[in-house]
Design a protein around this ligand. Sequence first.
Ligand SMILES: Nc1ncnc2c1ncn2[C@@H]1O[C@H](COP(=O)(O)OP(=O)(O)OP(=O)(O)O)[C@@H](O)[C@H]1O
Ligand SMILES: [Mg+2]
Length: 357
Amino acid sequence: MALLEVEDLSMAFADKKLYDDASFQLNKGEHMGIVGQNGVGKSTLIKVLTGDQLPLSGQITWQKGIHVGYLDQYADIPDGMTLIDFLHTAFQDLYDQNDRMTQLYTEYAETADDKLLERAGRIQEILEANNFYDIETEIERIITGLGLDDIGRDHEVAQMSGGQRSKIILAKLLLQHPDVILLDEPTNYLDVGHIAWLIDYLNDFDGAAMIISHDYDFLDQVTNCIINVAFGKIIKYRGSFKQAMRQRAEREEVQRKEYEKQQVKIEKTQKFIAKFKAGTRSKQAKSREKQLSHMELVDPPSSNIQANFNFPYADTGSQNALVVDQLSVGYNRPLLKPVTFSVNTGEKVGFEGFNGW
Ligand SMILES: Nc1ncnc2c1ncn2[C@@H]1O[C@H](COP(=O)(O)OP(=O)(O)OP(=O)(O)O)[C@@H](O)[C@H]1O
Ligand SMILES: [Mg+2]
């Protein structure tokens, strides 16, 4: 049985249709890339799958009992919680069980009631089965992999930059070892070294995954099938990312030919109608008109729509576009030593650095 079965899913916001009667499955072992142009509804699809958004119609069926983990960047994190405490909350259930066990042992010491000992033993088995005694090692592995020490274990989550926050939410999600992991553009806030770590992590991850990304190089390394969201349809392609993209291109080529053929037919019919509508062949023209109105239209293939920008510049006659002199930046205290630099007209400057630095 599939881990996830999506049947006849339709979704729209106001009058914007996202998908119509879309069906696909996620199977065990699949690491699925989700691709499509901006605004086609990829993030919305994940929200529908997690139940955060209600679809217009259709069925979403997750296999019973599986744990689905979603990278929720807007998760509520209590004020004052530090990075290390936050990571420990991934195992809150086990810590609660552990407390319960300690309490049972204390009660046993007072009452010598064997039943308490039995109950404590059962909890002990659960803790062992869930690798409770390896939690600290596991947390260290993630801290090293994602470079969380650079943020600081006692740093308060509430005071973190957007990238840092996303990073620790990802860390917690990975610690929870869900059966299925849902990631929406995970590389957006990771620096190069940590993307490499995430690639290794996902390749070793034996659960299923659905990953939205516009970074094809990343998807190529972590996926074994894709779904393409375009023109109200969701189509699944199997195989390596490159094979899947080739199949998508072939399919789009067939669609492009069908589309062009249909456009020629429509034009011909419209000309016929215009020419004979009022004349002796008006009946025929009417019948063609009917035919046209019932025609199932082929969508144009989703060739990448190229954006065009045109900024009309006026020459200011000045060399310096920006001059920054001894600038201090920060919140309660400066984050950097005072910075001095200038940008000349025509220069394009990139800013780089670790998350939150
Ligand atoms: N809560 C909402 N209410 C109304 N419209 C929404 C809502 N969320 C998303 N939309 C609209 O639905 C469309 C799909 O949005 P979505 O965020 O799913 O796109 P996406 O495929 O993830 O795009 P991107 O690649 O840019 O992240 C967009 O037109 C967006 O404006
Ligand atoms: Mg999105």
